[in-house]
Design a binder for this molecule. Sequence first.
Ligand code: ARG
Length: 596
Amino acid sequence: MKIINNILESIVMEAFERAGFDSKYGKVSLSDRPDLCDYQCNGALTAAKEYKKAPFMIADEVVKNIENQMIKKAEMVKPGFINITLSEKFLSEYCQKMIESNKLGFEDVKGKKIVLDYGGPNIAKPLHVGHLRPAVIGESIKRIHKFVGDEVIGDVHLGDWGLQMGLIIEELKVRKPDLLYFDENYEGDYPKDPPFTIDELEEIYPAASKKTKVEDNATAEEIAFAEEFKENARKNTGLLQQQKRGYYDLWKQIVAVSLEDLKKNYEKLNVNFDLWLGESDSQKYVPEMIKMMEDRKIIYESDGAMVVDVQEPTDNNTINPCMILKRGGVSCYQTTDLATLLQRKKEFNPDEVIYVVDKRQEMHFVQVFRCAKKADLVNSDTVLTFLGFGTINGKDGKPFKTRDGGVMRLEKLIEEVNKKIYNKLADNKEMTEKEKNEISKIVGLAALKYADLSNQISKDYIFDIDKFTSIEGDTGPYILYTIVRVKSIIKKYKENNPNFVKSKINIPGSDVERNIMLLISQFNQTIEQAYIENAPYKICSYLYKLATEFNSFYNNTKILKEEKATAEAHIELITLVKHVLEIGIDLLGFSAPDKM
Ligand code: ARG
């Protein structure tokens, strides 16, 4: 179904033309003053300059040329707005047609092929609060693009190939020097079982990382120790990347143990990846990539490292050369991201690659994208998009921490949110213990995800668990509560009227009913905007408006107590409300329970 805003726009553009003005002034948008009209056009205000005529005169002439069944009223409002109100008949028919159409009448666009790089957890490090955003945002972006008609391949892109792996190997060497993996003379098979648990592993990395850092007042000896440890780790990393026997096998164990844990945690978030590839998977493309850079004569040596210049004449500030290989031919963060682009081109040939990554990494991606284009690692028309997200802060405005100042593990965070919800259900006598547990997980996830997605991606936000889990206000639980309410009304009606099958939506009988229809009719426009701008928050605010309107309908109308035909029409309408809300939350990556 065509987006109403677009239909109106062609009508208004034509009216501008018929009145003797350029049609380009006929842009239409949603009304800023919903109390006055549904849509508006401000074009007469801008046209005034070109035609040296008062805006209200232009608007007046245009309005005279607007004639259409779908429009109840098109009027000029001083100083020169054109306010448009839809006819009630059109609105109810549009909603009815949505019910009868596939995907609520959303018209597929010609789909693109997209690789979506999100998640980005690092092997051997537990997921913490910083991993919430890429997972939650990425999952929603994936669902929105799929809904619209794109083919999306979601890749977790594990951090499994950098210096941190060399550090872990070094620390293991110190702690468990007798492991077969370190025996240079050993030629047999390595044990099947990993030589550590996930808990051990997660403790090893920070311990190793700490050894490379020195205090300001460190002694020469301490400094030398840290330097040596780091140098060993660097060498380990290089050897690992050359797939040295023993090291490579040990690394596989580290990845396997860690991955199992990661998968479990992403599952809890209802976040699903199509590919579980990592930085390491791009290693086989590195030689070819270097060759492409050599052929184009863009790579050169600098201080023992290999780099490519990416500065452009129009830059206002300095953009450092992109590091391709570190000293000793060791791959670094740029290497793996670049080689991964080549890999993606060969394996998927995508139209676009979207990265959902911390916005503080923007410069890294500027370098990588420029270098990739320069070396033809991607097609010239491949779109490379960096979706940088902001930080989750505590109430003090600083990055969110645990009470004792540590990094909050994601598992713990999810648990705390679920517990909050559980406490609200604790006294509910109509639920079994099992139901309470299940429902608090569903609602907890909605609270967490909605809180994140209702903010613009690039903005920081404050983690306020009490606010997020509240059933009132612009929250996930509020949206779910509304869906549950609609579900129970429908259920009750069907129980009392077993013969009811289907009806049709009526002309709205009240302002609030009309508001609901107007909002529903803007479903396709909302999704399209969220899609074009990669902006799930637009879906959140839309759902919140619809939920609020529905609740005031519920409070002001005897939805089911009217005479039969009206009650049935109401049921059709609220079923549609439910459908829109459910599709909406599915695009955000969560679902609703049957009761709460
Ligand atoms: N592992 C990285 C980190 O912890 C994030 C990876 C983001 N994705 C990428 N293709 N670079 O910072």
